[in-house]
Design a protein around this ligand. Structure first.
Ligand SMILES: [Zn+2]
Length: 219
């Protein structure tokens, strides 16, 4: 009821072109076709050996997705979350996930969760998970707080993030052994976070590792 009133007062618009759409969070087909293009990111040999299934990405890290991610993460705008969830839902339809056993989100430190109220790599993907047989397992945890990666050079990022992740506990270590894992996060820029998480998953005995992000600036 409330949504009907809100939709009447503020008719939902496509985040790409601003044209009217039926439902809150929805994108028009034209923008989806243009912006949502699943591609495999180019990886160097070291990353390629950890992510032997490859790292997939839904779109380039630019507006409107870039702004939606910032609005959702830093401004906590629910509408931006809905738009991203819709985008991820449609992205998932384009993936072949038959080989995947479990989906593992990049973890946030518990202080960050407290401050932000959610982990974006769960929030943005959990909706799409509901339509699949896959489950999100919080196998990893962030063992120490790191400085924000934003603004740091690659070497600094690598150093900043080194040793930041571990498998949550013994139970999760057993669960991940021999599994094909899909590591998910919102963005992939230098890949330092992914490299570190991938290393920990591999050490824990994951048999094959895929990655998936909403957006990346890697061409
Ligand atoms: Zn549009």
């Amino acid at each position: 009821m409330l949504e009907a009133i809100l939709n009447f007062l503020f008719p939902p618009r496509c985040p790409g072109c601003g044209s009217y759409v039926k439902h809150n969070g929805q994108w028009c087909e034209e923008c989806l076709n243009k912006i949502l293009r699943v591609r495999k990111l180019p990886l160097d040999d070291k990353m390629g050996s950890v992510f032997d299934g490859g790292v997939l990405c839904f779109c380039d890290y630019e507006d409107p997705v870039k702004k939606l991610i910032a609005d959702a993460k830093f401004e906590k705008k629910k509408n931006a979350v809905k738009k991203l969830q819709f985008f991820v839902d449609r992205g998932f339809e384009k993936l072949d996930l038959h080989d995947i056993d479990i989906v593992v989100p990049v973890p946030l430190h518990k202080n960050k969760i407290k401050q932000r109220g959610f982990n974006q790599s769960i929030l943005f993907f959990e909706d799409a998970m509901k339509n699949s047989d896959l489950e999100i397992w919080e196998v990893l945890r962030r063992v120490h707080e790191t400085r924000p990666q934003f603004g740091l050079k690659f070497a600094e990022r690598k150093k900043n993030i080194k040793g930041a992740f571990a498998v949550a506990d013994k139970k999760h270590r057993q669960l991940v052994r021999g599994k094909t894992v899909l590591l998910v996060d919102d963005i992939f820029t230098t890949g330092a976070t992914f490299a570190e998480c991938g290393k920990v998953l591999r050490e824990a005995g994951a048999s094959r590792i895929f990655g998936l992000v909403i957006a990346s600036n890697h061409k």
